[in-house]
Design a protein around this ligand. Structure first.
Ligand code: ADP
Ligand code: ZN
Length: 626
């Protein structure tokens, strides 16, 4: 924002002015560590790079100077933010404080956008935009004509392909520095030294002031326990929770990955006489606020929750955060474990890990996912299977700096035990891998007899239309799966004819029969199999069978489909442009509770997430309460 004309840049005066705005607009008494340094540098025209833990108060670092800028000159501060929901939250909070702020994003109708642009032109203030918008040259020309004093890039780690949230559009934010020529402030809660460098280079920051927070939490005793299965973990959760309850001091939070598990864990704890409540986004508002009240008031100091629980309900006296299942990334873990011991008194964070968690999260992620997300899970696994100081591992992950060992975590207190359990778990894992591999080999070695080959061909011959190899195998096995039912495979006379053979052997047989020309490949988009030289009859007039028109198989799918139809009509899009059937089904299966979880559903992608995310979460939430 630079020096404002006629005002001396006396540090003391500036400090007083900053204190004044902090109290007057935000109602805070003192700055948090790093905030004043970041603000002062920015106001003096220097680029700033902020690395503060979640909840460290990053937004204030650009909001406060932006407010001073608009109050003094009516000027504008640009804020680049990755999610509409985040933008809307912040804009709402600022406007409630009387600060002029608007968000421009793809969710706005034409006239809303025009009104927002007019408001910025007339009143100045904070202008929140998505990174996509910055790429639009026309937008930048419009922006260039406004009195922009500074620009902020929130969640700046999205620039890095190696971070956990890569966003392609972030790569083009370098134009900001080049074209606007104003000081930039880039903020993130998670960045290794390498990512910090990438942010600096990509944005073109000029010898920025680096404000780096302290990620250590010296009062937290971290530990990981490798257990097999849910029952063992539920028992362990009960034991851990009991120690907190018996001491009658403070609260405990138990995290689980799914709503079902949250509910069953809570029931389990209650059966053991423990005062537990549960919370997830799918419960009715009433049930949710009851659970929260009982927790807050101390009547039920144990809360079992999904990741949806958190924002704004932090309590300083949480003595224990136990994860009954692994969270999806190390970032999430740090954030959730970090809710323990906010009062600075000793607290425990226990992560109960079972190898099956890897499968759970792979399913939640789907398989078409950018490498960063997988890396976030990889970091969590490294943490779980690490044998060095936990505290140091976390700090290193977030800052790239190796701190001292904490002396409190399991690895510090009993390195031999940690080492032994990690080794044992790795061995068990390798053993299971070998068993699976051996089974696969056995299945692949199975050779079908001539008579069995004939049954495979007969099955295909009785099909009305070509299907995939896997579908042939499912049909011959007599599968009752949804996919098999949808294709009406049970109507085939050979349905279940080879039910004793493994699916893998059947697929291989189909592949062999294809090379022997007893079956023929069909289908361009989806490879299918058919009988050589046999004509495929057009579907007989009556039943308009798939693929046209997706038929929902549960209420959530139906409501997602309604939503899609309405959106498509409103935007004059094709339904699949809103999202394809596969994504619709994936959302219904994953039942995501947070934008983060929704973002990793197959086919969602950042654009769809930004456009539809919050409303989709509402639909999911509504469906699961009924
Ligand atoms: P971050 O973006 O770093 O996760 P936020 O900017 O959302 O954090 O701030 C987290 C919380 O801290 C908010 O509730 C905010 O009001 C509060 N906060 C920020 N700065 C201060 C301060 N100086 N004093 C007290 N509370 C603050
Ligand atoms: Zn340690």
């Amino acid at each position: 924002m630079g020096a404002r004309e006629g005002q001396p840049l006396d540090t003391r005066t500036l400090n007083e002015q900053l204190d004044d705005t902090l109290k007057r607009v935000f109602g805070h008494q003192t700055f948090r560590p790093g905030q004043r340094a970041a603000i002062t540098a920015l106001e003096r025209g220097r680029d700033v790079q902020v690395l503060l833990p979640t909840g460290g108060g990053k937004s204030l670092c650009y909001q406060l100077p932006a407010i001073r800028h608009v109050e003094a000159t009516g000027g504008v501060t640009l804020v680049v933010s990755p999610l509409i929901a985040l933008m809307e939250d912040q804009v709402g909070a600022l406007r409630a404080r009387g600060v002029p702020a608007v968000a421009l994003h793809s969710g706005l109708a034409h006239d809303e956008r025009a009104a927002a642009m007019r408001e910025v032109q007339e009143r100045g203030g904070l202008l929140y935009v998505s990174p996509e918008r910055v790429r639009v040259a026309r937008f930048r020309r419009w922006l260039g004509a406004l009195p922009v004093g500074a620009a902020a890039v929130d969640e700046a780690h999205c620039i890095s392909e190696w971070g956990h949230d890569f966003r392609k559009d972030y790569l083009s934010l370098g134009v900001l520095k080049a074209e606007l020529g104003v000081p930039l402030i880039a903020l993130t809660a998670t960045a290794t030294a390498r990512v910090m460098d990438e942010i600096r280079e990509s944005l073109g920051l000029l010898s920025p002031l680096v404000v780096q927070g302290d990620f250590r939490r010296p009062n937290l005793a971290l530990s990981v326990e490798l257990l097999q299965g849910d029952l063992a973990r539920a028992d362990r959760v009960a034991t851990l929770v009991r120690t907190v309850v018996d001491q009658k001091a403070g609260r405990a939070v138990v995290y689980a990955a799914t709503r079902k598990r949250v509910k069953s864990l809570c029931a389990f704890l209650r059966k053991q006489g423990l005062p537990a409540g549960y919370y997830h986004a799918g419960r009715s508002d009433g049930a949710r606020s009851n659970a929260q009240e009982a927790y807050q008031g101390g009547r039920r100091p144990v809360l079992v929750a999904t990741t949806a629980f958190g924002m704004g309900v932090d309590h300083p006296d949480v003595r224990l955060v136990v994860h009954a299942e692994a969270p999806g990334t190390l970032e999430t873990y740090y954030q959730q474990a970090g809710r323990a011991g906010r009062d600075g008194l000793p607290a425990r964070c226990v992560l109960l890990y079972s190898t099956k968690d890897a499968g759970t999260h792979a399913r939640i992620r789907g398989d078409s996912v950018h490498p960063g997300r997988v890396e976030g899970w990889g970091a969590l696994q490294d943490y779980v299977y690490g044998t060095g100081c936990r505290q140091r591992a976390l700090v290193r992950h977030f800052t790239g700096v190796d701190g001292p060992a904490c002396g409190l975590c399991d690895a510090c207190l009993d390195p031999a035990a940690v080492h032994a359990s990690v080794t044992a778990s790795r061995q068990a894992l390798a053993e299971r891998g070998r068993t699976r591999e051996a089974k696969r080999r056995r299945e692949e070695a199975i050779n079908l007899s001539t008579a069995q080959d004939d049954l495979v061909v007969a099955f295909v011959d009785h099909l009305r239309r070509p299907v995939s190899k896997r579908m042939v195998a499912l049909g011959l096995k007599g599968s009752q799966s949804r996919a098999a039912r949808r294709k009406k495979l049970s109507e085939n006379p050979q349905f279940g004819a080879l039910k004793d053979l493994p699916e893998r052997a059947l697929i291989l047989a189909v592949e062999r029969l294809l090379t022997e020309d007893r079956l023929a490949p069909r289908g361009k988009k989806y490879p299918t199999v058919w009988i050589p030289n046999k004509r495929v009859r057009q579907a007989a007039g009556t039943s308009p069978s798939r693929p046209r028109g997706f038929r929902p198989s549960n209420p959530l799918e139906a409501s997602l489909k309604r939503f899609r139809r309405a959106e498509a009509r409103r935007r004059r899009w094709k339904a699949y442009q809103v999202f394809p059937n596969a994504t619709l089904v994936a959302i219904a299966n994953a039942q995501p509770r947070t934008l983060e979880e929704l973002g990793v559903v197959r086919g969602m992608g950042p654009r769809r997430l930004a456009r539809f995310g919050p409303r989709l979460l509402e639909l999911v939430g509504a469906a699961s309460t009924t």
